[in-house]
Ligand binder design. Structure first.
Ligand code: PGA
Length: 252
């Protein structure tokens, strides 16, 4: 049975004291609930990964980074490598977020390299895909997502792909307060699962967790997560408040 996952993408928010407090609050609240088959992942900024992994030793969540370099090591000032993340016991890394594609000009090829390096270091990629508004309005959303998967993910073999979590994040829904409808999310998630089935197998398609991201909050999570092919969420803004984040986790 594939895992249900709720991952919090903090983006560039919080300073040290606030980050420590938020992680501790989430850890405390997680103690009080039965997670069942749900995995919780916290993805704070790089600087706070250490505190996140320290607290995680005694708590019920996993830790992810928001990005990593597409190079192994060397003269890349300001970059963080997969090996560094692995050495900090980071288990996941968001790769291909639309904000990085847009503001840091990350290409399909770079993302494919990041995916490979993450897997080399036993870090599980949370691979983001999704169309911009103009692409959806032009009816090209399926085509765009297919290309993103084919160019950055589908070079993997079946064993490698089994470590990947996919996150469908329509760009027009991210941070806008306008989430995809449950029907729009289900349609795309079923399509993604079908692409995985065609490229790999029925088995791996069935086992791959596909998360929805984009203005997901405690008000809409229940309906979104109830869809057959929506296995949880990648949560931005609403993951910055412990009680709100926990309410989303309890939405299955
Ligand atoms: P949002 O962000 O929940 O604030 O829309 C989601 C994301 O970008 O991962």
């Amino acid at each position: 049975m594939r895992k249900k996952i709720v991952a919090g993408n903090w983006k560039m928010n919080k300073t040290f004291i606030d980050a420590e407090e938020l992680i501790s609050d989430i850890a405390d609240l997680l103690e009080e609930i039965d997670l069942g088959n749900t995995e919780v992942i916290i993805c704070p900024p790089f600087l706070f990964l250490e505190i996140a992994t320290d607290i995680a030793e005694e708590a019920n969540y996993s830790v992810g980074a928001q990005n990593m370099s597409d190079q192994e090591a060397g003269a890349f000032t300001g970059e963080i490598s997969g090996a560094m993340l692995a050495s900090m016991e980071v288990e996941y890394c968001i790769i291909g977020h639309s904000e990085r594609r847009k503001y840091h000009h990350e290409t399909h090829e770079m993302l494919a390299r990041k995916i490979d390096l993450a897997l080399t270091h036993s870090i599980r990629p949370i691979f983001c895909c999704g169309e911009i508004l103009a692409e959806r309005e032009a009816g090209m959303h399926m085509e765009i997502v297919k290309k993103q998967l084919e160019e950055s993910l589908f070079h993997l073999n079946e064993t490698e792909l089994s470590s990947v979590v996919i996150a469908y994040e329509p760009v027009w829904a991210i941070g806008t307060g306008v989430n995809a409808t449950a029907a729009q999310a289900q349609e795309m998630h079923a399509y993604i699962r079908d692409l995985v089935k065609t490229r790999y197998s029925q088995q791996i398609a069935f086992e791959t967790s596909i998360l929805y991201g984009g203005s997901c909050n405690s008000k809409n999570a229940k309906e979104l997560f109830a869809q057959q092919d929506v296995d949880g969420g990648l949560i931005g803004g609403a993951s910055l408040d412990a009680s709100e984040f926990i309410r989303i986790i309890q939405s299955f």
